[in-house]
Design a protein around this ligand. Structure first.
Ligand code: SF4
Length: 759
């Protein structure tokens, strides 16, 4: 294990550290003295402190050292802006940025890409220059979708990666634990802080039997989603094992690595932390085909730690017999509503789902393997041979430039075009609503079928009446030929151009391109050798990007006589604190996006959202406007919140905005843990009422003293409340600050603390 094997073909000096991983595992094994699951092995081999770390699945918080970070272009903006404010010369851990989310599908790949480059120029210029400056690999627009690029280039068995995108688990197809996180976590790892994760439970999925015919790997995850539902994987890693992970299909063909990736990708739909497959020969073949034989050989020498131990125990166990598994279609509106194809026509009719299939969409990060494309093309070719084309509109989204170039060279792409398909840019496109759809009006009920992963209301085209279903690429093509949801290709016949009936042949396709992959255009920008002279490009007049200044350090004093900006009543999620939708445009501009701060929270004083009293003028105004006025007058303020304040997505803006607008503390009955930590990272004080009933004693007009000089580990914190009428009284608050986090508060933020340490 002493060998120096590079993590990938792009970076000269980042190596796979199986030696260190095996040493860490030996320490943990001696402590736990029980068989380990593969998921545990990956995590525990990346512990920051394998000797001292408490380890209890579902209970302890693990401090981990991931091998890599990956960001997509939408989430990378604030992550990099924050990292820049730490003043470090380069990222401390290997990092890549991928331009895929901002490209809208309109008429076809090349033109859509050119238009997106024009519209998003300032964002791309910023990301390209910041990546060059801070030693980050930059994948330009047109390179492909983050998860496909990771699989083709960066994923390796046993590795630990975090990515600022929920489908990061895709890399589990190569035996990597790849976990989707918020931007704040990515910044920590870029800046060399350990990354914290609640020790996940492990759900085992045992695969037995063999797939055949129209059943595809997608059907495994569609079935798992059916069993576990959209919440069933929360806090858990899903670990596939059993003979089916090595399966040879009935046609004698190996299912390759990529199908594993499809299954891991969609683990996000059941809320799982990530999903993993054990290292096997299929993965070796894929590594070899993507010019990483050395990694495959190295993994073979560490193979016993790249799967579960004999006798490893799972918190929950599911078994799926692939021989009996039917093709499924899931949806509409939720990915866990699974219907087997044999019942689909009848179920659609019963539920009144629009029968006509308007659009079939294949590709995306979920289903873009060469095998997926070959199988889909084989069905399209069968139809063409019978004189038929797609009746529905049909689109193809290649996951990467390499996939696009390879299927262009080998003919599948031409088959799709002959079939009537439009080949879109190598980007997210309709999967994330970047789709200028013209064939139906907003509000018109209609059905679409995709090989994507998510199908929540409005996700693809912004039309809440669109019934979006997800399935394998095979069924998308087949149903697009018939143009209806009531077609079952396993038994229903079609009429050829002469009116003769025929049954579509079951799909076939090569697992790997016989002539190897064609890399296509070079879309990678490596960091230059001389990075010191690179200037990061941010226009001072930009409304989408703003360079962040480090927050001020604590002034060392108690904070007296502060107003309550808002006493929020009931649920206050990160969406209430920092709304998404149209605001996402400003996610790289802290001052502009701060105009959405807490606009969704309900003010206890009047039961309304975004209407609070300015304590200095007694006028009612929007929450951000009042906060700005206090800030301009040099007045610190606090928020009072209810139970589980800050639940929801982990977006860091919800913590950055109150800090930016001059808030000092958020005082609640309880916090969602990630938001609580995010607030600490930004130098704010998340505090809770020691007696939750004290929440009711506070009135929105009260003034607050916080005795910050008394902040100490494990000690309660005193708040003095000055009611408008009546005598002041004390309320005891609790907090969860440790020593290191108190330094974050004192220095103004976790990043300021890192910057200080690195000076
Ligand atoms: Fe996310 Fe869809 Fe893009 Fe995949 S293709 S990264 S699921 S938006």
């Amino acid at each position: 294990l002493d060998r120096k094997v590079r993590q990938n073909n792009w970076e000269e000096s980042n190596f796979i550290n199986y030696k260190k991983m095996s040493e860490n595992l030996a320490i943990v094994r001696a402590r736990l003295n029980r068989p380990l699951t593969f998921a545990e092995k990956i995590l525990y081999s990346h512990l920051d402190d394998p000797h001292g770390q408490e380890i209890e699945r579902g209970v302890s918080y693990l401090r981990l050292r991931p091998d890599r970070v990956a960001c997509q272009d939408a989430t990378a903006q604030m992550a990099i802006l924050q990292f820049m404010s730490a003043g470090m010369p380069s990222v401390a851990n290997p990092t890549t940025v991928h331009c895929d989310h901002l490209i809208e599908a309109q008429i076809g790949g090349a033109k859509d890409l050119a238009r997106a480059i024009n519209i998003n120029k300032e964002v791309y210029d910023f990301l390209a220059s910041a990546c060059a400056k801070y030693n980050i690999g930059f994948w330009k627009p047109g390179s492909g979708i983050i998860h496909q690029i990771l699989l083709e280039n960066y994923a390796f068995p046993g590795g630990l990666l975090i990515g600022t995108d929920s489908h990061t688990p895709n890399a589990g197809g190569l035996g990597m634990a790849a976990i989707g996180v918020g931007g704040a976590d990515a910044v920590d790892v870029m800046a060399n802080l350990p990354w914290e994760l609640k020790a996940p439970k492990v759900i085992g999925v045992k695969l037995t039997g063999q797939m055949s015919g129209w059943t595809a790997p997608k059907d495994i995850i569609l079935k798992v989603a059916d069993i576990l539902t959209v919440k069933g994987g929360t806090g858990a890693i899903v670990e596939y094992h059993g003979p089916g992970t090595e399966t040879i299909s009935a046609t004698g063909m190996f299912w390759l690595t990529y199908p594993h990736a499809t299954i891991c990708n969609m683990g996000a739909e059941i809320g799982a932390t990530t999903s993993v497959f054990p290292f096997n020969d299929r993965m070796y073949d894929y590594l070899a085909a993507t010019k990483r034989t050395e990694i495959g050989d190295f993994a073979r020498s560490y193979a016993q730690e790249l799967r579960e131990d004999k006798g490893a125990e799972y918190d929950q166990l599911i078994e799926i017999n692939l021989t009996e598994l039917e093709p499924h279609i899931n949806g509409p509106f939720t990915p866990d509503l699974a219907t087997p194809i044999s019942k689909f026509a009848e179920t659609a009719k019963k539920n009144g789902w629009p029968e006509e299939l308007k659009v079939g969409l294949i590709g995306s990060c979920t289903n873009s393997s060469y095998e997926d494309m070959s199988r889909a093309a084989s069905i399209a070719r069968d139809a063409l041979n019978h004189g038929l084309k797609a009746k529905s509109l049909f689109t193809v989204t290649p996951g990467s430039e390499q996939v696009r170039a390879t299927i262009a060279r080998d003919g599948q792409l031409q088959t799709f075009e002959e079939f009537g398909g439009v080949v879109l840019a190598n980007a997210c496109g309709p999967c994330i609503g970047q789709w200028d759809r013209q064939d139906v009006k907003k509000g018109e009920a209609n059905s679409i079928l995709s090989s994507y992963n998510r199908n929540f209301t409005g996700r693809n085209d912004g039309n809440p009446a669109t019934h979006s279903f997800v399935t394998s690429p095979d069924l998308v093509v087949a149903l697009s030929i018939a143009g209806t949801l009531s077609f079952n290709p396993l038994k229903d016949k079609l009429k050829d151009k002469d009116g003769n009936e025929f049954l579509l042949a079951a799909p076939t396709g090569n697992a790997l391109p016989e002539r190897g992959y064609d890399p296509g255009e070079n879309t990678y920008q490596a960091p230059p050798a001389d990075r010191a002279s690179v200037q990061v490009q941010v226009s001072p007049t930009s409304d989408r990007l703003q360079v962040l200044s480090p927050f001020n350090a604590w002034d060392g004093k108690d904070a007296l006589d502060m107003p309550i900006l808002i006493k929020a009543k009931g649920k206050t999620t990160t969406d209430h604190i920092s709304m998404a939708g149209p605001w996402l445009k400003y996610r790289g501009h802290l001052d502009n996006i701060s105009n959405n701060m807490l606009i969704g929270a309900i003010n206890e004083a009047n039961g309304e959202a975004n209407k609070v009293k300015n304590a200095t003028t007694s006028d009612f105004d929007a929450v951000p406007a009042v906060a700005r006025d206090y800030k301009a007058k040099g007045i610190k303020w606090v928020v009072i919140g209810d139970w589980n304040y800050g639940e929801g997505s982990s977006r860091e803006h919800a913590a950055l905005e109150p800090r930016h607008l001059g808030g000092l503390a958020i005082i609640t009955r309880s916090f969602a843990r990630i938001h609580e930590t995010n607030l600490k990272k930004q130098g704010m004080l998340p505090l809770t009422f020691s007696d939750p009933a004290d929440y009711d004693k506070i009135k929105p007009d009260d003034r607050i003293d916080l005795l910050c000089t008394g902040l100490a580990v494990g000690k309660p914190f005193t708040m003095v409340v000055h009611p408008k009428d009546g005598k002041p009284f004390e309320v005891q608050l609790s907090h969860t600050f440790n020593e290191a986090q108190i330094e974050w508060f004192k220095n103004g933020s976790a990043l300021n603390t890192m910057a200080k340490a690195n000076k």
